[in-house]
Design a protein around this ligand. Structure first.
Ligand SMILES: Cc1cc2nc3c(=O)[nH]c(=O)nc-3n(C[C@H](O)[C@H](O)[C@H](O)COP(=O)(O)O)c2cc1C
Length: 166
């Protein structure tokens, strides 16, 4: 099975999780950059507002060629309970029709709504969410354990049953 992990990360927590997940599942990891300034106090407030308003943004790369992949993993930090504009934009641009998708989020404490929003968006685009997980505020060791636990459950699942692993 060929897979790819696409993620956005502002302060590298999601990047760490994405890289661990890619390693655990034997996938390639691709970082999505948001070309809008996201550093500094004003940018922080704008970031939160943009996320809650489901604003889109300019990203690089604009999309990923999913033709060669069976599994697409998509990761985002949570901003004001929402997925980031970079990942919402990527999903707009991504061809995931008929693909299995794993969603993950990193957050201080409130990942659920962002996962729900991404799940709905993946389904709207014809993908099926076959797993999701999140990592809350903590150490890299805790994040690594969350990824390993998810990857173990995910690999064990009977793929023919298309069970959703969380
Ligand atoms: C603008 C902004 C808004 C945030 N809002 C939330 C939130 O509503 N709930 C939450 O649990 N964490 C929130 N966080 C914390 C991040 O989701 C968390 O630190 C995440 O792991 C950062 O990922 P990153 O290092 O990959 O950028 C917010 C962070 C930022 C920058």
């Amino acid at each position: 099975m060929a897979g790819v992990v696409a993620y956005y990360s502002r302060t590298w927590k999601t990047r760490f999780v994405a890289q661990q997940l890619a390693k655990a599942l034997g996938c390639r990891a691709i970082e999505i950059s948001d070309l809008k300034k996201r550093r500094g106090p004003i940018a922080y407030m704008r970031a939160a507002r943009d996320a809650r308003g489901k604003k889109r943004t300019k990203i690089e790369p604009k999309t990923i060629d999913t033709a060669g992949y069976d599994l697409i993993c998509i990761g985002t930090p949570v901003w004001w309970s929402y997925p980031t504009p970079a990942i919402m934009t990527l999903l707009d641009n991504l061809d995931i029709k008929g693909k299995d998708v794993v969603i993950f989020a990193t957050a201080d404490s409130t990942p659920e709504l962002a996962i729900d929003i991404l799940t709905k968006r993946v389904e709207e685009k014809g993908g099926s969410v076959v797993g999701s997980f999140f990592c809350l505020k903590g150490s890299d060791e805790e994040r690594m354990k969350a990824v390993q636990d998810f990857a173990k459950r995910f690999k064990k699942q009977n793929r023919s049953q298309k069970k959703v692993i969380t």
